[in-house]
Ligand binder design. Sequence first.
Ligand code: AMP
Ligand code: MG
Length: 318
Amino acid sequence: MRISLDKAIKLLKAGEVVAIPTETVYGLAADARNDQAIAKIYATKERPANNPLIVHIAGIDQITEWASDFPPLAQKLATTFWPGPFTLVLPARADVPVTVRAGEPTVALRVPSHVICLQLLRESGLGLAAPSANKYTQLSPTTAAHVEFSLGDDIPVLEGGPCQVGIESTIVSVNGDDWQLLRPGMISESVITLVAGKPALHTSDEKPKAPGQHLLHYSPRTPCILFDSRHALDEYAATVPAAAALILGNENPTDITKNKLALALNPVSAAEQLYAALHTLDALHAPVILIESPPDTPAWAALRDRLHRAAYQPPTQK
Ligand code: AMP
Ligand code: MG
């Protein structure tokens, strides 16, 4: 159900959930100070309660309403990358609802750049918790139609056009003078290193702590297989004629069969196209989607992350 900005503000203030546009993916938003509203996000998405939410705010001046510490390194990153697809995890103020941070002592904050989203944040005066507007582990939505496909037609949706970044934000935690990359995104680790003036801290732990970063995430319903080369993909495709395929390259559209899609050969455009392409291929109900892995270079890191998750097969139970 498409709704106006005024209606979205009314619903959010009344503690309801509304799907909203952002430049990354559509979010399922609720008042981040309202426990009951936050509970509706988890229930609608069927998301586990130990998976914290990102709080979207209208500007950097609101950060002290949520974070108890805003060290100079975090200030530098925020002033450089906000508004934009960049999330900062900082120590939380005690009055930030435990539900929104899933019991963590930290809170994740982002100032989005989508014009309608910013207008909503400014006019409502709310901080909005907004994970992707889809059922847990499914494909993220980059159009209003994707939201309705996953959550049903009764979900109120504020229309904002197709998302221009197309994949979820980069997440960075800052602790004093140190930073860690919790989730790769289109703002790359190398750019953050330049702005921070130092590389990410690598602890002896295997992985930085990012609750909810499950391998099985962002997945189509159709099983996916990832291939390191087009040659390997083509060889496999020859044995499964009904397979769908997602390849990389500026192919001539007439050379592409109806069950094959090509992403642009540059990572910025490919990210914008990614989820819509996977939604389209998923809707074919092919036995499998064959995916050509992007190159193992820093510029493609975020795309590779999402595609590896899409193709992740949980180990079979013995
Ligand atoms: P999304 O799935 O785009 O809503 O992003 C939420 C993800 O942000 C979670 O799954 C966590 O990995 C990360 N996150 C959110 N809040 C925190 C936090 N307080 N500490 C660490 N990671 C967080
Ligand atoms: Mg999500």
